[in-house]
Design a protein around this ligand. Structure first.
Ligand SMILES: Cc1cc2nc3c(=O)[nH]c(=O)nc-3n(C[C@H](O)[C@H](O)[C@H](O)COP(=O)(O)OP(=O)(O)OC[C@H]3O[C@@H](n4cnc5c(N)ncnc54)[C@H](O)[C@@H]3O)c2cc1C
Length: 483
């Protein structure tokens, strides 16, 4: 019998698990995939948003405002990768100017000061961003915006939660929930769990999980966003996250570098019927390129390395829904779309309080260990070049990202199962570079087979209800596009 069963191992579920691991109690996190972070959390912009961006008075605004300043300390403890970069929301005309002013006043309502949030003109913009498109006339400059590595954050949260006593089960898609007199029976793929409380953090599928407990009226509206990722050699084109003014579909197309320094453009926002369809399409990518060029015009399409998409778990209410009184003992997190990554640390604390108010006894552990050591070793210059004649522990496996064999095997010793090339990739960056794994894939596979006693072809992105669809536009076609 667990005290709390968390359903869903995205950044939200992992934040809750790590928060609860600070207290005595039996906590379990149950995930349908074979790793954490394979839902919306692995495919987003990775921006730790400024408060100005989310409407004042909303729950998502309140949680993002609380969550964003927590990243610095969290990253010190967990070493997942976070950097404050600042952002610009750029405008081209009078209509944009009005929208930018609205954002500025929205930020002011949250208490942003004049140092951190400023309206600036073309001259200042050019100094901050020398590659900005000459058509940009004004901008809102926020210093309180950063970039994080969302999947590494989730892995780090979960590794730390595990180290502090949380249990995790992968490959267990919850398909039935029985409410008993004082607790729940939860049916997974081939295992049954019993828990006094359930936290439904199932993201895109949270409405379906709620339905299993008898709550019929939540409805997720899946909204896909597509991206193009470029090599690090394009990263110098932009210093901050560059947004355009928001439109009715969301924050618009942004241009940024990722935490690891890759140039990135996207996402659009398109409603999709199929929650498992994370394909990319030529039309949407063309739209993204055209709009990104309005901010930074001179990026090189022939340096594009891959495309991907993620699906937002939106709701018609356009706000997070976090409720704990529909079914006694069950907390539902519905509609956690953007800025859910930014808000996640604050959501962890909010859910802890909700559980406490509903009777969960929370006594702090004196032995709680907040620190999680970084996985990345310092990359020394002499690691570069040929992989021949090197000591085994320093053998470079991924040449593009300079990932050593030692780093890969270290990722196996962190508590979470690492069974596929994808799991290694999200932990070490092997396969994330310009050649996208063409060089290292077979080597990584061999190391997994040798060290883990077996290898799984790929993490199955399957569900009882939907098979995944990942039809990506051929990157060669993107490189040749005349846009
Ligand atoms: C295109 C895009 C861009 C975004 N950009 C940003 C951004 O820049 N900044 C920001 O703050 N936020 C951003 N977001 C939002 C952010 O990514 C999400 O709010 C966040 O990742 C949600 O995390 P989650 O844990 O709720 O969901 P998920 O990451 O989807 O996790 C839910 C988990 O539940 C599991 N699951 C589902 N059903 C079951 C079941 N029946 N049994 C067991 N497990 C189950 C899934 O496999 C999944 O792992 C963006 C989102 C998208 C899609």
């Amino acid at each position: 019998m667990y005290d709390v069963a968390i359903i869903g191992g995205g950044v939200v579920g992992a934040s809750i698990a790590r928060e609860l691991s600070k207290y005595h109690g039996k906590i379990v996190l149950i995930e349908k995939e074979r790793d954490v972070s394979l839902g919306a959390t692995k495919a987003n912009s990775g921006i730790v948003h400024g408060v100005y961006a989310t409407e004042y008075g909303t729950l998502k605004g309140r949680l993002a405002a609380k969550g964003s300043p927590m990243f610095q300390q969290l990253n010190k403890e967990l070493n997942f990768g976070y950097r404050k970069t600042g952002s610009l929301v750029v405008g081209f005309n009078e209509a944009d100017h009005r929208k930018i002013q609205k954002l500025y006043y929205n930020g002011k309502k949250y208490g942003e000061n004049d140092q951190d949030l400023q309206l600036i003109g073309a001259e200042t913009i050019n100094k901050l961003e020398p590659h900005i498109n000459g058509d940009v006339k004004m901008a809102l400059h926020s210093k309180n915006v950063g970039v994080a590595s969302p999947y590494e954050m989730t892995i780090a949260l979960m590794e730390n939660a595990l180290a502090n006593g949380v249990k995790v089960f992968f490959g267990q898609e919850i398909n039935k929930i029985y409410r008993r007199e004082n607790d729940f029976k939860i049916q997974g793929e081939n295992q049954t769990f019993e828990a006094k409380y359930i936290v439904n953090a199932a993201g895109l599928y949270s409405d379906r999980v709620a339905r299993m407990a008898g709550i019929e009226d939540y409805e997720i509206i899946p909204r896909r966003g597509q991206y193009i990722l470029f090599g690090k050699d394009q990263g110098h084109l932009v210093n901050r996250v560059i947004f355009q003014v928001p439109n009715e579909k969301g924050k618009g197309i942004l241009v940024t570098t990722t935490f690891h320094g890759n140039f990135m453009i996207g996402p659009n926002a398109e409603e999709v019927n199929d929650r498992a369809d994370v394909s990319t399409t030529k039309e949407s990518l063309k739209y993204i390129i055209q709009n990104a060029r309005r901010s930074i015009s001179d990026f090189k399409l022939n340096r594009a390395i891959t495309t991907y998409s993620g699906i937002r778990a939106s709701v018609k209410e356009k706000d997070f829904i976090i409720e704990g009184d529909r079914v006694k003992g069950m907390i539902n997190l519905i509609g956690i779309d953007s800025p859910g990554l930014t808000a996640a640390p604050a959501i962890g604390e909010m859910v802890r309080e909700m559980l406490k108010e509903r009777g969960l006894i929370l006594n702090k552990k004196t032995e709680f260990q907040p620190y999680r050591a970084p996985l990345f070793h310092k990359k020394e210059e002499d690691f570069e070049g040929s992989t021949d004649h090197q000591e085994p522990e320093k053998k470079v496996i991924c040449r593009c990202e300079t990932v050593t064999e030692e780093e890969i095997t270290e990722s196996f010793r962190r508590g979470l199962p690492v069974e596929s090339i994808q799991a290694v990739k999200f932990r070490t960056r092997a396969g994330m570079g310009q050649c996208q794994g063409a060089y290292c894939r077979s080597r990584v596979k061999e190391i997994i087979r040798r060290e883990q006693g077996g290898y799984k072809e790929n993490i199955p992105m399957t569900s009882h209800r939907e098979e995944p669809k990942v039809h990506k536009v051929d990157i060669k076609k993107i490189r040749k596009m005349d846009v």
